[in-house]
Design a protein around this ligand. Structure first.
Ligand SMILES: Cc1ncc(COP(=O)(O)O)c(C=O)c1O
Length: 407
């Protein structure tokens, strides 16, 4: 059966018939949890706590009770939700989007990201992808028949974009740039000057940009979050993918949205029903309330900031590793290369600290030697402290055994 599949699918490792150890497929994590291992490799805020805002919960229950939830919403999305999103886009992203013409609701932003790339990527088109970044960027390109062109970002440059790295990889086959901003796993928020250089490069070379802004909130330390679609010249060539999963803690609602110019959106709207179908009705109604009254975000962001600081302060002096103060979201990206490969460190932490974190490789070639800790996943900040202290103890022990005693 395998050889009947698209080449890209033949290579994919996962599912019931393989021995994958990823959090999102297989039962390896369930088995680890039974063994007392704490899961910090799952970018789902406060999982599995009941952290849903009360008014969102009520609105969702109401639509279930009045029976409306068993019906479709039009595939392109609930108009009231799109109106609320349009207000948010103007206020937060500096984008003027017509709810009727420029916004498409998607079942989460993973499907949105794939759908945004789908109309454009085919037959050997070269797609520039920042490395490291979200694994789906690479896999989507592969599935669609594009050629992955990795554009590295480096720790020495705080993982910021360097436009020369794009320029030297440009060919007449380059079609698209895919950007995760803020980046997952590094949490880097790309600075305005880098993004303006990228804009010039994209416009000059008539490229398309897909930007995934799933992690646009929260951003820390007053760093400016620039939405590239709002930069002059970018609106007509940018598809921006958003999500309510990370920034509002509503991952299970499966609501995301794509924002694009009319000409692109016409095509997306036309094909939505046959590719994505409609997003869940009750979830969209709940999300309307979350967007109308988002006062719960203040506390939500505060917790993530406290956690960011706690993890950084606890781990920064562990010898032999480099911890980056996260600029956004709820992840920590740590260079452990002096202590071992990322797989070795992850295996070691499972045994020694009873904590499961992510290996760096799925995020790109630059991910080797790094681990990703999802410090937003645990429900309790005290439990988080316990996990991080255990990680600290384990890594310090390992560092000492390898002769690292100072920072
Ligand atoms: C960068 C990034 N984009 C998109 C997604 C997809 O999120 P969702 O489908 O829940 O909107 C994720 C989830 O981990 C992510 O990390």
């Amino acid at each position: 059966m395998n050889n009947k599949m698209r080449e890209a699918f033949q290579k994919i490792d996962g599912g019931l018939f393989s021995s994958v150890s990823k959090a999102d497929v297989g039962d390896a994590y369930d088995n680890m949890q039974k063994d007392g291992v704490r899961l910090m490799a799952w970018a789902d805020p406060f999982y599995p706590d009941s952290s849903i805002p009360e008014h969102v919960k009520k609105a969702t229950i109401k639509v279930i009770e009045n029976g409306f939830s068993s019906h479709y919403t039009v595939p392109i999305g609930n108009m009231v939700l799109k109106q609320e999103i349009s207000k948010k886009l103007l206020k937060y992203n500096g984008i003027k989007a017509d709810p009727k013409r420029n916004i498409l609701i998607t079942p989460g932003s993973d499907s949105g990201l794939f759908y945004a790339m789908l109309p454009f990527v085919q037959n050997g088109d070269e797609i520039m992808i920042v490395d490291p970044s979200y694994p789906n960027n690479f896999q989507n390109t592969d599935i669609l028949g594009g050629v992955i062109v990795r554009v590295p970002v480096y720790e020495e440059n705080n993982f910021q974009l360097n436009i020369n790295e794009f320029k030297k990889r440009l060919t007449d086959k380059t079609k698209m740039v895919v950007l995760t901003n803020p980046n997952n796993p590094t949490t880097t928020v790309y600075r305005r000057e880098c993004l303006e250089q990228l804009r010039d490069f994209i416009v000059e070379n008539d490229l398309i940009l897909v930007v995934d802004q799933a992690f646009e909130m929260p951003v820390f330390d007053d760093i400016e979050m620039v939405t590239v679609a709002a930069l002059e010249g970018m609106w007509e060539r940018t598809l921006t993918v958003f999500s309510l999963s990370k920034g509002m803690g509503l991952s299970g609602y499966r609501v995301g949205y794509i924002v694009a110019d009319d000409k692109i959106m016409d095509k997306l709207y036309a094909a939505t029903v046959s590719v994505l179908g409609a997003t869940n009705t009750a979830a969209q109604i709940g999300c309307i309330e979350a967007m109308k009254d988002d006062s719960f975000l203040e506390e939500y962001f505060k917790v993530h900031l406290e956690r960011r600081d706690m993890v950084y302060n606890l781990l920064k002096d562990v010898p032999g590793i480099v911890v980056h103060k996260s600029e956004s979201g709820f992840l920590s990206w740590i260079n452990v290369s002096k202590l071992g490969s990322s797989q070795e460190i992850v295996d070691y932490l499972i045994k020694e600290a009873k904590v499961a974190v992510n290996i760096g490789e799925p995020y790109g070639l630059q991910g080797e030697g790094y681990i990703r800790i999802v410090h937003g996943v645990l429900g309790s900040t005290d439990d988080l402290r316990g996990c991080i202290e255990d990680i600290k103890k384990a890594l310090t022990k390992l560092a000492y055994s390898k002769g690292y005693k100072g920072v």
